[in-house]
Design a binder for this molecule. Sequence first.
Ligand SMILES: Nc1nc2c(ncn2[C@@H]2O[C@H](COP(=O)(O)OP(=O)(O)O)[C@@H](O)[C@H]2O)c(=O)[nH]1
Ligand SMILES: [Mg+2]
Length: 353
Amino acid sequence: MKIHLLGGFLGSGKTTAILSAIRILEDRAIKAGPITNEQGVRLVDADLFRHFGVAGREVTNGCFCCNYQDLDNQIQSLLETEQPEIIFAESVGSCTDIVATVLKPLSLFRPDTQVTLSVFADALLLYMLLVESAELFSDQVRYIYFKQLEEARILIINKVDLLNPGQLRDLKKVFREKYGNRIIQYQNSRDEDSVRRWLKQLDKVSSLLIPESLEIDYYTYGAGEAKLAWVDQEIEIESESGGASLGAVDLIRTILHKVTARKYAIGHLKFLLNGKNKISFTASSPPTFSFKTHPSDSANLLLNARVQTEPEILLQLISESVREEEKRSKIRIRLNSVSAFRPGYPSPAHRIG
Ligand SMILES: Nc1nc2c(ncn2[C@@H]2O[C@H](COP(=O)(O)OP(=O)(O)O)[C@@H](O)[C@H]2O)c(=O)[nH]1
Ligand SMILES: [Mg+2]
């Protein structure tokens, strides 16, 4: 059995790559299942996997490293019920130190399992941070970001389609100088051929030596996680004139506009519309988007926001957006269950240095 861990920053394309990989493997009659991981409990990606009929498991309420036993239980449960040959386990995008706290413990306690770690990075965000030296996030958040890259033996520079040839050439040059001793793959996870190359790479590397654990300052790491606000919110929209889904999309637009206007750096701002359409934004996405809707009297939205600000401010911003949209489009919007918090201080169950 193989467990492929995926690390890397919020919104770098891990879930997209997993979904595509599972489909590719399915065509080859190889059963694979995902384990998603989040700090919250109402998750866009878990719902998305359910929508696509992919049987998986979730580790919620904290990262793999702090919930190692839960991760192990979920692996066991997935193995017993679905018998996958391969498990893709996606860690929380603000997590790092995965080698010492997840990969090594899994290799130790599950000696029959081959474990790999691929760290994903959004090519455009990487270009902004590395080539343009943009700050975007606070120092501590950037500390996490670069620690994620540092511990990777397999680095997936994803979303290469967002760069023009000149940008890609510059990024490759700077990147090779800094991280040249890694396996580096330039990928577009929306393209199956590109994901196939990653799978091929994973087949090759699974017998390689276990990577080295990071040297890391947990104080700065914890401070970086605490810079990000997490809000998970269920939203229901009603309209007597068939404008509910359109209203939902307008609400997304208003929230996005307010977040970008106030210059809060977006880790990942993702919405699931009517349980099936994922609309998501990252620090590298354009501040505009279009989405076609069909007339409907009711719609629902699940929002997972990971944004650099205070949770209370993010909640207030969502309420303001709701009030504005209700006034503007004659729709009724109900905010249902919500959780708003900052991730707690990382305290891994195991750490093998
Ligand atoms: N252009 C482009 N977008 C991508 C690619 N991979 C993922 N995305 C988009 O990036 C956003 C975040 O992707 P997701 O898989 O949720 O990231 P995660 O947070 O790392 O799991 C989504 O809107 C994806 O559709 C890619 O290779 N190219
Ligand atoms: Mg994800």
